[in-house]
Design a binder for this molecule. Structure first.
Ligand code: ATP
Ligand code: MG
Length: 204
């Protein structure tokens, strides 16, 4: 059964949770391997592109998704237009409000100087800010798929800009990460995500 409850979704192949893709791959392991390879290449590319002019705005966030996955998916870099999505008991931002909600998050981020001065903050304070915006984007869930990976990549690039390594999530279980996400989406509580980020944030 699909992980999602979609109405009339043409994103997935039949009843599966495998997205239609440009390479016509139907083997989940093969598709996952290619997604991973594309993600690794994109990390290299975007990491080396970071300079003092880099702005972590909505366009940058969308570009991460598009540049990483456009060779595989038609909908790379596209927000889900009319599709409301849930996972478990969590309901993500309604498609109808997606653009306004996204604008609000990125306006706030912009007033926070795109978190480009995180290196001037104590680490705990920077982690708190990263967690706050990350929870907002988790609840937004703007893309059809790959939201988790692109959202992590977005904050990894912000961490790198500020002299930190990519955030290390290897010490926490997938369940703990989902539970932290559930608190973000259902209770607007980023406390668990803040703890995860603080533990995974280390100076480069
Ligand atoms: N039950 C849930 N409640 C709230 N948020 C959830 C739930 N399950 C997953 N999420 C969030 O959705 C993200 C997954 O979204 P999506 O499947 O679009 O991207 P992904 O790149 O495949 O994710 P991942 O690599 O994290 O599994 C997770 O990273 C998590 O933050
Ligand atoms: Mg997924």
């Amino acid at each position: 059964m699909s992980k999602y409850r979609f109405k009339n979704s043409s994103i997935y192949i039949g009843d599966s949770d495998l997205p239609h893709n440009k390479l016509s791959i139907t083997d989940p392991l093969e598709l996952h391997a290619i997604e991973n390879e594309l993600l690794i290449q994109a990390y290299e590319l975007f990491y080396h592109r970071i300079d003092e002019h880099t702005v972590f705005d909505e366009q940058y966030f969308i570009t991460l998704h598009k540049a990483t996955f456009s060779s595989l998916y038609e909908w790379a870099g596209e927000y889900r237009s009319t599709l409301d999505m849930t996972k478990g008991d969590s309901r993500f931002c309604l498609a109808h409000y997606l653009h306004d909600a996204s604008k609000k998050i990125f306006d706030e981020l912009s007033h926070d100087n795109d978190l480009r001065r995180g290196n001037e903050l104590p680490k705990e304070h920077f982690a708190k800010k990263l967690a706050y915006y990350k929870c907002e984007l988790i609840a937004l869930h703007p893309f059809y798929e790959l939201n988790g990976r692109i959202t992590r990549m977005f904050f990894d690039m912000i961490a790198a800009y500020n002299g930190y390594k990519f955030i290390d999530y290897s010490l926490i279980t997938p369940e703990a990460y989902i539970n932290a996400s559930i608190e973000c989406v259902q209770f607007a509580d980023c406390g668990k995500m803040e703890k995860i980020i603080l533990e995974g944030l280390h100076q480069a």
